[in-house]
Each structure stands twice: as structure tokens, then as C-alpha cells.
Design a protein. Structure first.
Length: 297
């Protein structure tokens, strides 16, 4: 699937699990920037799709989308706050391609070395994690440059991508494409509780996910190993990884990507029944003070 300006490929989630510390690390000083975009989906029409024009009115501008018009739904009975939320449908038996399941859109951001994105998500109480293979993308992530993904080698000039995924039984992880990923596909970094236990996504409950990405610095085309990612789960640090190399050029974080679907490129990833993911209260900023789940706003 090709999207204007960059392509984020639709791929199987295949990578060895990597252990990452769950200890909270110092957050870099916030940039002097206002909240870039936010939406609680309140400007959408109840029981109708949430369109690109609805997103644009909230600061999320994308050149194109796949699946929003067919499988997004402004919901009024299950919300995190306000009167509305966004529900995404994963139809029974379909997998791996937002043309038939879930949704995808690349929302442009002003380029910045550091961004935070916060979202509240809820898996329905009868959510199917898949079949004999289980995995899928969850909600929004952060991307830079050409959005290296889909089994590509991240050369430093073709960008990077960070997305949250579920694995077997709802295991939570960050799916990361960077220059030193250990395998063909993205590196999987499990989310951990403060005690070190693997986090498992619950069904039928709202949870908050925050991702921070800080790109590495570059000198004379050489990437310094000082990039970082951090994930918070319900306000607690669940993943911190430093020493990352994302780019050898001037690319920084410039996209908030809605990339949510089951699988995987095999029928084994297909859900056993129609399944739904709710999203609410999405915020994107280059300033951590704008992320109320981390600080008082």
C-alpha cells in the first residue's frame, strides 16, 4: 500500500522478543512547542465514519487514508471522556491489510527531534487476538522520513517507525524499525510492569499508551547512538531504550501514523470473530507538558 510521501508497509509481525528495562529514565527537557494536534472525536457525526476532514479540523492532516471511511465509527456509548470515541472494526477472517481490515493514515507533523503521542485504547470484551498465530498493530505510532518498515533494511536514509503491537494472548510490545534491528523485521520490545512482568492488554477496559521518540544526532553523515524510545502504560514507564540509531540524514519525527489491523500476512492471524478497538483522547506534542497523563495540564 503506497501513501503519499512515505510508505509504511503492511507486514507480518515476526521478530524475536527482546528484553528491555521497565525502569523510568529521565525524560529530556521539553521542546518549546504547543500541542501539535489532539482529538477526542467530538467533532465527528455519531454513528458515522470519522473522515480525514474530521481529523484535519483537529490538527491531524493526512494526504490519504485506507479503511477510515469503511471501518471507523464515531461511537457514543463507549467513551473514555466526552461524548464520543472512535471505534475501528477488524472483521472476522480478515488480516494484514487496511484495505480490508482496520485502518491506516499518515498524519503530517512539523519535523522535531522529539515527539510524544498519547492515546486511550480499549479492546472489546470479545476481542479475538487471532488464530493459531496472534499479533496486530494498535492505534497510533510515530514515524520519520520514509518510514522504514515491511522487512526493509533501515539504512539511515529511509526513515524509521515505532508502533505498539499485541502478541499472543494480548501481550503488549513496541514494534521498532531502526538501523540496528537484529532481524529482517522490526524489533519487538515487550512492555513491562515496574516489577518486570510482561504487560498483557486487558479486554473491556480503557488503557493509556504514551510513546516518546527522540531521534539520534548526526555528524558528517554518521549517526550517533543516542536515539531513544520510551513507552508509558497507564502512567508508568513500561519501556525505555537508549543508544538507538535511526538516521544518518536530517530526518526527524514527522508523522503520527494510525496503523491498526490484525496480522501478519497469513490467514492464521485472522480474528475468529468480528473484533473492535476503541480509541479516544489522542494528543501529539513536542512538549511533554502537553501530555496530561504525564503531568497536570
Amino acid at each position: 500500500m503506497t501513501v503519499k510521501r512515505k510508505t509504511l508497509a503492511i507486514i507480518p509481525i515476526i521478530a524475536a522478543l527482546a528484553i528491555a528495562p521497565a525502569v523510568a529514565e529521565p525524560t529530556p527537557p521539553p521542546a518549546t512547542a504547543a500541542l501539535t494536534a489532539s482529538t477526542g472525536f467530538e467533532n465527528g457525526t455519531a454513528n458515522a465514519p470519522f473522515t480525514l476532514s474530521n481529523f484535519a479540523a483537529q490538527g491531524f492532516v493526512a494526504p490519504s487514508e485506507v479503511g477510515l471511511d469503511e471501518r471507523s465509527f464515531v461511537h457514543t456509548s463507549i467513551v473514555h471522556s466526552g461524548a464520543k470515541s472512535l471505534r475501528i472494526t477488524f472483521p472476522q477472517g480478515l488480516y494484514g491489510d487496511p484495505a480490508v481490515t482496520g485502518a491506516h493514515a499518515n498524519f503530517d507533523l512539523p519535523s522535531s527531534r522529539t515527539y510524544w503521542i498519547s492515546q486511550w485504547v480499549r479492546f472489546d470484551s470479545n476481542f479475538s487476538w487471532g488464530g493459531t498465530k496472534q499479533g496486530g498493530k494498535v492505534g497510533f505510532g510515530l514515524v520519520g522520513g520514509a518510514g522504514c518498515s515491511g522487512g526493509q533494511t533501515c539504512s539511515g536514509t529511509n526513515g524509521f517507525s515505532t508502533r505498539v503491537i499485541w502478541r499472543s494472548g494480548g501481550g503488549a510490545a513496541l514494534y521498532l524499525y531502526h538501523m540496528d534491528k537484529p532481524g529482517t523485521y522490526g524489533e519487538e520490545l515487550p512492555l513491562k510492569t515496574p516489577s518486570g512482568a510482561n504487560i498483557v492488554f486487558p479486554k473491556g477496559q480503557w488503557i493509556n499508551l504514551i510513546i516518546r521518540v527522540t531521534t539520534n544526532t548526526v555528524s558528517s553523515g554518521v549517526a550517533a547512538a543516542n536515539g531513544e524510545v520510551q513507552v508509558w502504560y497507564n502512567g508508568q514507564s513500561a519501556l525505555y531504550r537508549s543508544g538507538l540509531r535511526f538516521v544518518t540524514n536530517a530526518d526527524q519525527v514527522d508523522t503520527a501514523v494510525l496503523s491498526t489491523f490484525p496480522g501478519g500476512a497469513e490467514p492464521a492471524y485472522a480474528p475468529a470473530n468480528d473484533s473492535y478497538l476503541w480509541i479516544d483522547d489522542v494528543k501529539v506534542s513536542a512538549n511533554s507538558a502537553d501530555i496530561c497523563e504525564l503531568s497536570s495540564c
